[in-house]
Design a protein around this ligand. Structure first.
Ligand SMILES: Cc1ncc(COP(=O)(O)O)c(C=O)c1O
Length: 469
């Protein structure tokens, strides 16, 4: 009887979701037909659907579940804070202890003199706030023509109206939307697997650097406010830019006085073996870092735009008797900040960034590389716990599967049936498991992914689609 009731409830939930919840990135045809997989609970690296089926969460929520599910300590910190002070107005000159403590902690963790922090509701709003800060800064410095923002093709910076314009992923462009292509200037995608026609593999890095410099010079440095760049492009397909390109583009920005903002929404908080990737992994000191996701491990929505004392000093001095009109009702939300503080405490105590860098990250990448023998796996790329499998129709020519094959989604569907969540992004499958994943769980992940790819390859062969490798 009880089972009957719970099964009815699950059906009601599924139907309500299908009818009323317009999801981010809704694909209307398939959604109307198939609805959603409703998740109901989770522990460690495993998540369970409403019917009790277990999945190894290879996506870590959405690149955000860093310390793993079901951490009672974070739950208690959230409950305690909600009970004590559920909300405090953050505008102008009222604050709360968790927000003050968290911003101090972020200043300690961020490299160099990145000691000033704006708190927001997530990654998009943190990028949006950072962009406004950058404009305000140049205005205060008297260089009012510096408005343009350089971003990369293939990048993802969020889903507010301006961060969608900053985003350079062609697949996300909708003809119905309007993009600000005047303010945003795009540079090439630093994807070594797909250099442009006519550029040899070994010339690609220098080509990228030259193109970056050309773009700066043609746009006019006096018109450029900042370059926003992900240390590793995430939603664009886990593209790890070549190392010298990162350093030299940073140098070019410094040479022309352009602010360098690292969008570390995914790469921050241990995912690539450091609190932040910019200095410790990529070897560059940015002027600002944008963070979200792993900041709370997804236990609460929160974003942070962390910037230098140098920027702060300019706006504080020149901005006297003026308002910096930027911020949100939920900026510095005490409950979200309490969750972030506890999350960071756990990461410090369990030494999770070092575990990722010295142990589980290399093991994960090594095991994932074993999939390279499969007929559709053209590339396995990434760093530490941020990875992606590139599926191709022909491994020699790197030819892509036609769109209608929907290879990434087919593989993720097959993996789901085996109890593994992997994220399809076009022809790719993206992985970013919780940082707490064990070697045994990595083995399970890789073995299930292999099985899923083999199943899809067999299905394709049965459908008469040849795999030319
Ligand atoms: C690099 C990067 N920046 C910004 C965002 C936007 O963050 P949010 O979805 O929390 O607004 C994302 C989200 O995936 C991201 O990957």
């Amino acid at each position: 009887m009880e089972e009957q009731t719970s099964s009815n409830f699950n059906k009601v939930v599924w139907e309500n979701d299908r009818r009323h919840f317009v999801h981010p990135w809704t694909h209307f045809d398939s959604f109307q037909e198939e609805g959603s997989l409703i998740m109901s609970r989770a522990k460690g690296v495993y998540t369970y659907d409403a019917d009790g089926n277990r999945y190894l969460d290879g996506v870590g929520g959405l690149w955000c579940m860093n310390v793993g599910y079901g951490r009672d300590e974070i739950v208690d910190a959230i409950a305690e804070q909600a009970r004590t002070l559920a909300y405090a107005n953050p505008f102008v000159d009222v604050s709360n202890a968790p927000a003050a403590q968290l911003t101090a902690k972020l200043a300690e963790l961020a490299p160099g003199d990145l000691n000033r922090v704006m708190l927001t509701c997530g990654g998009s709003t943190a990028n949006d706030s950072m962009l406004r800060l950058v404009h305000f800064y140049w205005g205060c410095k008297g260089e009012k023509s510096r408005k343009k923002i350089i971003t990369r093709r293939g990048s993802y910076h969020g889903s507010t109206y301006i961060t969608q314009s900053m985003t350079g992923k062609p697949a996300d462009r909708m003809p119905e939307f309007q993009y600000d292509t005047d303010m945003i200037v795009y540079v090439s995608e630093p994807n070594a697997y797909r250099p442009p026609e006519g550029v040899a593999d070994d010339e690609f890095e220098q080509w990228l650097i030259d193109k970056f410099r050309d773009t700066v010079e043609q746009t006019g440095p006096e018109n450029i406010a900042a370059h926003f760049a992900e240390p590793i492009l995430g939603a664009g397909g886990v593209v790890v830019p070549p190392a010298r390109y990162i350093k030299e583009t940073r140098d070019i920005c410094r040479q022309y006085g352009i602010l360098y903002i690292a969008d570390e929404v995914v790469t921050g908080f241990g995912r690539v073996g450091a609190w932040f990737a910019s200095l410790d992994i990529m070897g560059i000191q940015p002027d600002g870092i944008v963070s979200a996701k792993g900041l709370t491990s997804g236990y609460q929505p929160l974003g942070a735009a962390i910037f230098s004392d140098g920027i702060y000093d300019v706006i504080a001095e020149a901005g006297q008797d003026r308002w910096f009109t930027n911020g949100y009702t939920y900026a510095g939300h005490p409950v979200a900040c309490a969750a972030a503080l506890k999350n960071i405490e756990i990461m410090e105590r369990e030494n999770l960034p070092a575990y990722v860098k010295d142990d589980i990250g290399p093991y994960f990448m090594q095991q994932l590389q074993t999939l390279s023998d499969l007929p559709t796996v053209g590339d396995v790329r990434g760093m530490y716990l941020m990875a992606c499998v590139v599926n191709v129709a022909n491994k020699d020519t790197r030819e892509e599967f036609p769109h209608e094959i929907n290879i990434g989604k087919r593989i993720s569907n097959a993996a789901e049936k085996l109890g593994l969540l992997v994220r399809p992004v076009g022809n790719l499958n993206v992985l970013s498991p919780p940082l707490t994943i064990t070697r045994q769980e990595v083995d399970e992940l890789v073995s299930k992914l292999r099985q899923a790819i083999v199943t899809v390859c067999d299905d394709l062969a049965n459908e008469g689609i040849s795999l030319d490798s």
